[in-house]
Design a protein around this ligand. Structure first.
Ligand SMILES: [Zn+2]
Length: 470
């Protein structure tokens, strides 16, 4: 059996001088509390505080990074126990699924998943042998035994992980029952929701008209007309704020924005609702709604996150069989400069507005995003996201944006994950990479070490709290 150990200098530069500086910077910030202002953990975990069942359903089944890799190597999602829409049989033996994962763990060499998972095994579960086909059962039994104990209940882990605040993400129609249950528990300030209205602004969705009707029922507004619809969204935002939300999130295919006169917007909404809008018109409507949402953020103070450019459900067969979020989303080219202009024309100069831009298209960092965020007071840059949430991706981000946007137009780290147990590991990777980047600047006499210490602290903690108003 191979030993599993995590090297204390992992992810630092191999060059000794830079490594020494990085060590000193990291020592000062490694134990700071975790701010997790954007992610997708299940609020039920924290509301109910029940023990998790088993290693497979906690560590593997919610992690689309894991099954996209396994699927790419010929393992079917049925073998991995992913439920099919048509209800036909899939693997239900969780031990067997864990063994399949262990047999193929070598596939993750060189990927961030490997770093996150090894950290979970070592730091969270205290395992000190590497995962392999030979250790699959040992892992499965050890992890399950730990998960059954009080120390591994969700709230106990929030404490152990030193998570000061964690945001989940809910759709505009969500009843927020889990966040409601947290009220009075002492955790309502620590586990907060995020308002994600994609389900009521995307007229390409098959359930759009039904969602708008439901929005009307929930808010007592006539959502069949434009003004009533906008008022209903204001009401839902207020309900989310009452459940801790300080931010909204918008997952659009592009960064398109629009600023139509009232009458035109009203007519466009009517066409979207009747199902007669063209693809161009539904795109225009999403763009109009980003601008409307920015206006509402200016009114109610919520930070606005824009996550554009994922080609969702690229694999039609997988979508039809299993539904969304199955590792079949692929990045696509994204243009910001002209697409954001209508929104920026209207609201870009508002210093009290906080709009955080993310991208899956790294070619935009230096050319578009850093210049935009380095100018408009309303704009900030979100961290390296999703496919780029990796040591190399984070370094590319810092190298490409810092000279134009500086550090203070960025907002710290987001783990953006469903995999709760990996959150400390993900934040640790970001902290190490930031220290590595700062160490290079210090070694090259572009920054003094005192400034680097302050920056390391700000990038880890202060900027996230400021940007998300936590
Ligand atoms: Zn997200």
């Amino acid at each position: 059996m191979t030993v599993l150990s995590l090297h204390p200098d992992r992810l630092f530069a191999a060059e000794p001088q830079q490594r020494d500086i990085a060590r000193r910077l990291y020592a000062e910030i490694k134990d700071l509390p975790i701010i997790s202002p954007h992610g997708h953990t299940d609020p039920r975990w924290f509301a109910d505080n029940q023990n998790w069942d088993n290693a497979t359903s906690l560590l593997l089944l919610p992690d689309h990074y894991v099954f996209r890799m396994l699927y790419s190597q010929g393992i079917s999602l049925e073998q991995l126990g992913i439920r099919r829409k048509d209800g036909s049989a899939v693997e239900t033996d969780y031990r067997k699924i864990f063994r399949i994962f262990a047999e193929h763990y070598y596939l993750f060499r060189g990927t961030p998943s490997r770093i996150w998972l090894d950290s979970v095994f070592h730091d969270v579960f205290g395992l000190n042998v590497a995962l392999s086909p030979q250790t699959a059962d040992l892992y499965y039994d050890h992890i399950n035994a730990a998960l059954a104990t009080a120390a591994y209940k969700p709230r106990a882990l929030l404490d152990r992980f030193n998570i000061e605040v964690i945001a989940t993400t809910e759709g505009a129609l969500n009843d927020l029952r889990h966040h409601a249950k947290l009220k009075g528990s002492g955790f309502e300030q620590r586990v907060i929701t995020t308002f994600r209205p994609d389900d009521v602004v995307d007229a390409d969705r098959a359930d759009f008209a039904a969602n708008i009707a439901k929005l009307g029922e929930l808010t007592g507004q006539d959502t069949q007309n434009w003004a009533g619809y906008l008022q209903a969204l204001r009401i839902r935002r207020a309900v989310f704020r009452d459940h801790g939300a300080t931010a909204t999130d918008h997952g659009h295919p592009t960064a398109k924005t629009a600023d139509l006169p009232f009458k035109e917007a009203e007519a466009l909404f009517a066409r979207c609702l009747s199902g007669t809008a063209s693809a161009e018109e539904t795109e225009l409507f999403r763009g109009q709604m980003l601008t409307e949402m920015a206006g509402m953020s200016l009114e109610d103070g919520m930070t606005m996150q824009i996550h554009p450019g994922a080609h969702r459900n690229h694999n039609q067969v997988i979508f039809e069989r299993f539904g969304a979020d199955k590792g079949a989303d692929i990045p696509s080219p994204t243009e910001f400069v002209s697409q954001l202009k209508p929104l920026l024309q209207k609201y870009g100069n508002e210093p009290s507005l906080k709009i955080i831009l993310f991208t899956l298209d790294e070619t935009t960092y230096a050319r578009e995003l850093a210049p935009l965020a380095g100018h408009y007071p309303a704009l900030k840059l979100g961290p390296a996201w999703w496919f780029h949430d990796s040591p190399e991706g984070m370094l590319r981000f810092r190298h490409q944006v810092t000279e134009t946007a500086g550090f203070y137009n960025t907002v710290g780290f987001n783990d953006d994950t469903r995999a709760f147990l990996s959150i400390p590991a993900r934040h640790d990777v970001a902290r190490r990479i930031d220290c590595r980047f700062l160490a290079q600047l210090v070694a090259e006499h572009r920054l003094n070490e005192d400034e680097a210490h302050q920056l390391a602290h700000d990038l880890t903690y202060k900027l996230a709290k400021q940007a998300y108003q936590l």
